[in-house]
Design a protein around this ligand. Structure first.
Ligand code: NAP
Length: 464
């Protein structure tokens, strides 16, 4: 369901800064209407059989896949990502609908005798209630379906607040769900350029019971504080600072393939993007040369050109942040092996960049660069590399390359992150629990665990 609003705001194409479209600028009054719609729709949606809810999601999956090209073009247009990245995102996003259509019919409870034999313990799971879903611009389709899928599967109703940069994809997904048979009011999309007041208002409503947020740790902290006032259930997918470790026994070509995927998916604008590379001294030069060669050969340009590998960053602020972090590293002694200079506009482009010998105090090793820059650091002992990898407030994902699987699994156990990619450049998988430890978040999305974020456990004590 979409609401009418008084004002609109522009959506910009980051490749040429032209206006693509305008969308409603919803405010607090619209938040009240959306909560009312979610409240009214809740009893009937919850009363449907899980099979009926599952069928809606499955139809939505089919429609998304049948419109893959069209949706990918829309994502590229408002987010800037290259065509191949956008196509991959549509498939990834649609798979959350399929996965949760399959999970919807398998929510199970428990029944057992307590240890003294005096009571029967009956455990069931119920939808948590109205959910507020807040998503970022970097995966405008997948971050939305990863929340909508489980919420709707278990019988919750929801309000989605997409990022101001990428509202069109969220609106397109809402249309697809409507076409798939989703009743009015079960999902409302509120687009806005004033996220704070709108989300604050949503979280104040007595009927809202959950906040699921994906975005920066900074905004996540603020929202946790707001959510605590009403003791809301929260699921938080926050920022990362992923280390990429390459041990001395590694096949360099395989590690470079993985590095390219882990760094350059979505032009480096992924929470899972490898943010810093620790490479063993014995293969450091070979790795640096091969990675530089591959980064230099990437074709940068607008996604409308199908041969482009890397699109623009999402906005001017992102380019400034990347430029600032690169300049800081260079001032502290890092060497630029390729890239390092943003071209003039129009468009928010930054070239694939490799920095060698980045000193430990460079900001880029401690802050999310969220752009196509690979800082390299040499190490000589594995303990030193693990200590450096863990020296961060974040703990979303770590990457590790080694030809010794036994050693790899042992080191994976020592890495402080919710996910480890062992000899792979990608972890995202709807069937697997996605999420971080430390200040990278609370809770998991995807897998069965993602479903339980939207369920309350009810225990009935009884004798019969
Ligand atoms: P962001 O600035 O935190 O924004 C995320 C969402 O929160 C947007 O919809 C934004 O709306 C909204 N928002 C901003 N300020 C708010 C406020 N005061 N109250 C309520 N909502 C508010 O993050 P981003 O720049 O869009 O995304 C990049 C970040 O997301 C990175 O840190 C990345 O690591 C993280 N991320 C994490 C995951 C994960 O799964 N862990 C996945 C993807 C991205 P506006 O757009 O209107 O500002």
């Amino acid at each position: 369901m979409t609401l009418t609003a008084h004002a609109h705001f522009d959506v910009i194409d980051p490749a040429d800064e032209s206006i693509i479209s305008a969308v409603p600028d919803h405010g607090p009054a619209d938040a009240d209407h959306a909560v009312e719609a979610a409240r009214s729709a809740a009893p009937a949606w919850r009363a449907l059989s899980s099979r009926e809810r599952s069928d809606v999601l499955l139809r939505a999956f089919d429609i998304m896949m049948s419109r893959r090209d069209e949706l990918a073009a829309l994502i590229s247009r408002e987010n800037g990502k290259a065509r191949a990245d956008a196509l991959a995102e549509v498939t990834y996003a649609a798979e959350y609908f399929r996965w949760y259509a399959e999970e919807a019919v398998r929510v199970r409870g428990e029944h057992f005798d307590n240890p003294t034999g005096s009571t029967k313990v009956l455990v069931s799971h119920e939808p948590v209630g109205i959910c507020v879903l807040v998503t970022p611009w970097n995966f405008p389709a997948a971050m939305a379906t990863r929340k909508i899928g489980p919420a709707l599967a278990v019988g919750c109703t929801a309000i989605l607040k997409p990022a101001a940069e990428t509202p069109l994809t969220a609106l397109a997904i809402a249309d697809i769900l409507e076409e798939a048979g989703l009743p009015d009011g079960v999902l409302t999309v509120l687009t806005t350029r004033s996220a704070g007041p709108l989300v604050d208002r949503l979280l104040e409503h007595d009927d809202v019971r959950m906040l699921s947020f994906t975005g920066s740790t900074e905004v996540g902290r603020h929202l946790l504080e707001r959510a605590s006032r009403r003791v809301l259930r929260t699921a938080m997918e926050l920022g990362g600072n992923a280390p990429f470790l390459v041990l001395g026994d590694t096949d360099v070509d395989a590690a470079v393939d993985g590095a390219l995927l882990a760094k350059m998916r979505n032009g480096g604008q992924a929470c899972t993007a490898a943010n810093r590379f620790y490479v063993h001294d014995s293969i450091y030069d070979a790795f640096a040369d091969a990675l530089t060669e591959r980064m230099r050969s990437l074709h940068v340009g607008p996604a409308s050109d199908a041969t482009v590998d890397v699109g623009p960053l999402v906005n001017a602020k992102s380019v400034s942040k990347v430029r600032e972090l690169v300049e800081d590293a260079v001032q502290r002694g890092a060497r630029v092996l390729t890239g390092g200079e943003a071209p003039d506009g129009p468009g928010f482009f930054y070239p694939p960049t490799v920095l060698a010998d980045v000193p430990a105090d460079a900001r880029i090793l401690h802050e999310e660069v969220f752009g196509p820059v690979a800082p390299l650091v040499r190490f000589s002992s594995e303990d030193e590399a693990v200590a450096a990898a863990n020296a961060t407030i974040y703990g979303l994902v770590s990457y590790l390359y080694t030809d010794d699987l036994r050693k790899g699994l042992a080191i994976a156990g020592r890495l402080e992150s919710g996910m480890v990619a062992l000899n792979r450049g990608l972890v995202s998988d709807p069937a697997a629990p996605f999420g971080g430890v430390k200040e990278s978040g609370i809770g998991r999305e995807g897998s069965t665990e993602g479903l339980h974020e939207y369920l309350e456990t009810k225990y009935v004590a009884t004798n019969w």
